[in-house]
Ligand binder design. Sequence first.
Ligand SMILES: [Zn+2]
Ligand SMILES: [Zn+2]
Length: 277
Amino acid sequence: MSDNDCRCGRPTRNNAYTCDTCADEMFKALGDVPWLDEELETSTTKVAGIDYRRVGGGKGGKKPAERPSPVSWGASDARAHLRAIMVAWVKFCAETDVRNSSPYPGLPNDTLPAMSRYLMWRVDGLTLLDIGPDAIDEITDAVAKCHKAIDTRPDKWYAGPCNAEVETVECGADLYALADRGDVKCPVCASVYDVGARRAWLLEAAEDRLADASTLARSVSWLGAAPLNAARVRKWAERGRITAKGHIDGRPLYRVGDAITLLAKDAAPDTTDRKAG
Ligand SMILES: [Zn+2]
Ligand SMILES: [Zn+2]
């Protein structure tokens, strides 16, 4: 017996404002948060396994050594958004004393996993409020954005540190490009660089790094050479097109530069494969 229909059009039970299916959706979204938190942390603080603090040191002098790791803004934005949404709903639940059977009194710790647990205890309580569908919409949407940030490439590209000299000191500001071509402007000293040239330079700095198939795939894809997946790296290895240069825990390690060269070869428009296929 219910006067309400859910946002999805299904009838609800017990005068709730949300149907069981939508409540389950929110429950599932909250259940993903601890895992997402860890994944987003990884994508935010280190991109694709290449640590620019350790590449290219020594030769040339102008390599991006001693720099913080590039940041994937896609992941960091999605995480900040999820956090803001969760804080708002935790506050709402606490202030309005949303019905719950949680055995833990008080507010959760200020972490995404703790807040998600807190909210999971209150999903049923929220479905009884007319504001409940808003909670479901906002939380499931924020969680979906996080999944997307992990699955897709970042929407800003790290283009290395600015090496313009400003009053005899290297500027050093981190450059982020919006696209993989065109210009990138330093936010500090306004120097302008060609994105393509910057990326080539970063690739060169990463070339001699060794990585296992999946790290290699992520690194090379991130650097924008072309999308690459681990399966393709393994296929290359089976066919002897790429050779392991080392091993870690039994996993073969390949040279980043070798993968870039192979990708470029496969992508060249005038390969002999083209006639055949
Ligand atoms: Zn529904
Ligand atoms: Zn600069």
